[in-house]
Design a protein. Structure first.
Length: 319
């Protein structure tokens, strides 16, 4: 395939750069098996032309797609699902049971994002969300296997990043499609040591204990690789996983240290930047501090928000 935004991997897997925010930030995956296809994560509405172009470049018609699978309903993963489904007459949408209602009626999902980002950003980055007819939606249960032209794909419930998150096991490659459960790894931060991997701790449902348990459940399958939405395929190595879980523990400690502090959000942002910058320095990253801060801007803000909502829930449950 010659499209500049598509990388072809073995066993019929194609990584599509959705173009969200910057290159190599947000991926959708296209799996092709015996002439049939599945998308895992879709990006936003503005990614849909790239997804369809990838299909066309492979000589596949829209009616060759059987499955569209958001790992969860955050808009960088599922915002384009409804628009994409309009062009795929044979496809079913496989979404976590807690997320299905937001795909059938996305108004609350849109309104929630609108409250966070504002109208200008919604128009620029996401567009209007398109509902999916309820009779085209299926919610796999924990442990359920769905087949793509005979290729098994197993779904498991993986809360921690969000309660409406599932991951998909591909026995063919011994790999997990992990959405945000197994963290993020940006190619700009690759060094001679290898990729740098951090947890994704965004609002409103970040739960560090649940996230750790979900990661451990993924590891119990002894995967060879993970397919991250942010960004691409990574081999699963013990030191890389241990580092990511160590950063998760550091974020929890930072949250506790900032709880009750005036200007908590700003303190969390500063603390997250310091923590991640130190981690990158230890990883051998030589990018200037300003470049690191710019590349991590989205993560800094969302992680500070995620920690804040988690701390508020902790305080509420203790009251």
């Amino acid at each position: 395939m010659s499209l500049p935004f598509v990388q072809t991997l073995p066993h019929g897997i194609h990584v599509i750069d959705t173009g969200f925010h910057r290159p190599l930030f947000d991926a959708a995956y296209l799996i092709v098996e015996n002439g049939r296809a599945a998308f895992i994560d879709t990006g936003t509405n503005f990614a849909v032309p790239r997804l369809l172009a990838a299909l066309d470049a492979l000589g596949l018609a829209p009616d060759a797609v059987d499955l569209v699978v958001p790992t969860h309903v955050h808009l960088d993963h599922a915002g384009g699902a409804g628009l994409l489904m309009q062009t795929l007459p044979q496809a079913r949408l496989l979404v976590h049971p807690r997320g299905a209602r937001h795909m059938v009626d996305p108004q609350a999902l849109y309104d929630g994002a609108l409250a966070v980002y504002g109208q200008a950003a919604m128009d620029r980055e996401y567009g209007q969300l398109v509902p999916v007819p309820a009779d085209r939606v299926h919610s796999p249960q924990d442990g359920e296997t769905v087949h793509l032209a005979g290729r098994p794909l197993m779904f498991i419930d993986t809360p921690g990043h969000a309660r409406h998150h599932h991951c998909i096991w591909d026995p063919t490659t011994r790999g997990w499609f992990t959405g945000d459960t197994f963290g993020a790894s940006y190619r700009e931060f690759d060094t001679s040591v290898g990729p740098w991997l951090i947890p994704v701790a965004t609002p409103p449902q970040f739960e560090p204990k649940a996230l750790r348990l979900s990661v451990q459940r993924l590891l119990a399958m002894q995967p060879h690789c993970v397919y991250l939405t942010h960004f691409g395929r990574l081999e699963v190595l013990p030191d890389r996983t241990a580092h990511m879980l160590g950063v998760l523990d550091d974020l929890v400690q930072l949250g506790h240290a900032c709880q009750g502090r005036a200007g908590r959000h700003d303190a969390l942002r500063r603390g997250v930047l310091e923590l991640l910058t130190a981690s990158l320095h230890a990883h051998g990253c030589t990018l200037p501090a300003a470049s690191v801060a710019e590349l991590l801007e989205v993560d800094l803000e969302l992680t500070a928000q995620g920690l804040g909502t988690w701390l508020d829930r902790q305080q509420s449950s203790a009251a």
